[in-house]
Design a protein around this ligand. Structure first.
Ligand SMILES: [Zn+2]
Length: 150
């Protein structure tokens, strides 16, 4: 599975937005709103924190739906996700620090739960891990989806 396959799946879902690559400076002002963080795991990841201890994530492409409505907006948030050296704060930090590839689609004015609903209705995506990334959300079973292997 390639990055292109993932981007095609996002396009097929109707998510048109600006793609921010890890190698690009994220200083461009892309506003505030929601984003799709795409990450690739190239080896199985055994989780060892909180309620996910004992769970594993298989190699493949994953998408995490998040939002950035504070100072710095989407650009600053994606830049943080892309950084390899950071204090582990969110669950997703355990994945981004292991990812072989990272990228993001920004959706200014969007909402992460609406993005999750849109993508989960698509055949290309499936729920990755119940409860992951949605601790503060009453609407979603998880904010982490996996691109189904073909
Ligand atoms: Zn949600």
């Amino acid at each position: 599975m390639s990055l292109q396959a993932l981007q095609d799946a996002l396009t097929a879902a109707g998510l048109a937005g600006e793609w921010v690559a890890r190698s690009e400076p994220a200083s461009i002002d892309v506003g505030k709103g929601a984003y799709v963080l795409a990450l690739e795991l190239v080896r199985r990841l055994n989780l060892d924190f909180s309620k996910f201890t004992g769970s594993t994530l298989e190699p493949g492409w994953y998408v995490y739906l998040g939002s950035a409505r504070g100072p710095g907006g989407l650009a600053a948030r994606l830049q943080r996700h892309f950084r390899a050296d950071k204090k582990l704060h969110w669950h997703i930090d355990r994945l981004t620090t292991e990812a072989a590839q990272l990228g993001g689609l920004v959706v200014p004015g969007g909402h992460e739960c609406a993005l999750r609903e849109t993508l989960q209705q698509r055949p290309e995506f499936e729920l990755a891990l119940p409860g992951f990334g949605s601790t503060d959300c009453r609407r979603c079973p998880s904010h982490l989806l996996r691109l189904r292997p073909c």
